[in-house]
Design a protein around this ligand. Structure first.
Ligand SMILES: [Zn+2]
Length: 129
């Protein structure tokens, strides 16, 4: 009897890949292969990276060609990336401000939350009143 048998329902670590159970490999008819869900890392990337991966999947599936839908998809993805780049720049600029500045903390928090850079567990920083 294995002590660490996985039931799938109560996996221990957040971000651990459920498809390969953190090993990074899955069995196939040709032997072991890198897990397609985590790329062989054994854990899932940040929500920020998952959004980018999903955007690329959507782009590949619907953003090629000259149809109106393809043009609309390319337009929306370009707007998404432009907005995310701007938020990244805002985050970097807020890092330059003094840590005691409550506006800097709010800027970093808001931009990071929108970019889904980190798992946010703390309360929103207090605003200056
Ligand atoms: Zn995996």
């Amino acid at each position: 009897m294995e002590a660490r048998e996985s039931s799938g329902a109560s996996d221990d670590k957040p971000g651990r890949c459920q498809s390969c159970h953190g090993t990074g490999e899955i069995g196939s008819e040709f032997g072991l292969a890198s897990c397609p869900d985590c790329g062989g890392a054994g854990y899932l990337p940040s929500a920020h990276m998952l959004v980018e991966w999903r955007a690329r999947d959507i782009e590949r599936a619907h953003g090629t060609g000259t149809t109106a839908v393809a043009r609309d998809v390319r337009f929306l993805l370009a707007e998404l990336r432009r907005s995310r780049d701007a938020l990244t720049e805002i985050t970097a600029l807020a890092q330059e401000l003094d840590d005691s500045n409550p506006v800097a903390a709010l800027l970093r928090y808001t931009a990071s939350q929108a970019l889904r850079l980190y798992e946010v567990t703390a309360e929103r920083p207090p605003s200056e009143d």
